[in-house]
Design a protein. Sequence first.
Length: 205
Amino acid sequence: MDHDAPHSLHQQPVPGEERFLCLALVNTRYALSHGQVDLLEDPGAAHLWLVRHELLPDRTKLTGRHIARLRALREALRELFAARAAGTAPPAAALDTVNAALAAAPPTPRLDWSGREPRRADEPDAANPVGAALGALAEDGAELLTGADAGRLAPCGAQGCTRWFLRSHAARRWCTTKCGNRVRAARHYASRKSPADPPPGRPAP
């Protein structure tokens, strides 16, 4: 398989994606100047995303049904993030989608003692790799939504940006400096525009 990533895959990551793959999943749908981008638009693109994030063996093939489940999980997590940020209850269907992914292929807990100390190492369901990938993403989302970082979860405040990120401080509103610079440039441009022409019949001030 050719692992040369499309240009859109190199979109600047946002704070939090390095820790939470569920955040990276939600941000696979975003806007660029030329239109909407979907990194899960077809089986090949979705397979590349899952493999690159070490969620799926390269040899595993995806079907249209798998893609539909992955996209549904993405949208469900987006709705749960919005509900968490707003302090409201999420749609029941979104919660059901995440819980279904959690139950589809639960990992097998095991004790690993390969180093100096024992640790828990859950083994994914090798017989259902796609289900295991979806389960891992759903579990990651549950951990984010219920953990100490949940209060830092926020949508980007830039118009047209649909990405979510973890705030580094309470005043931060943009997912990246690129979005922040775009908003500031738009404000600067608006402040320099000439006042609107007066309505017909009314003299200019």
